[in-house]
Design a protein around this ligand. Structure first.
Ligand SMILES: [Zn+2]
Length: 81
């Protein structure tokens, strides 16, 4: 009998946790990822320069010929082989 009571308590606890985790998403109607318009610098995807291999933030990277570069100079030089 004691084990059954414990099982019920565990199920209730799990149900409460599941409900608490689900609540923020259902209230706002949007996922947390799309809600953040200006993510912090740490979450900005980093792209590797095809010439020197330096990682640059996505918004600062220069794209040329389907490759990403850290600056215009490296973009004009192209990928190092
Ligand atoms: Zn570079």
């Amino acid at each position: 009998m004691e084990e059954l009571l414990r099982l019920i308590l565990i199920l209730v606890a799990v149900w409460f946790i599941a409900r608490a985790l689900r609540r923020p998403n259902t209230r706002s109607g949007v996922s947390p990822r799309s809600a953040t318009r200006n993510p912090p610098a740490s979450s900005v995807p980093m792209l590797r320069c095809a010439h020197c291999g330096v990682y640059v933030p996505h918004d600062e990277a220069i794209t040329a010929h389907g490759l990403t570069y850290c600056c215009r100079e490296h973009a004009s030089r192209g990928a190092r082989r």
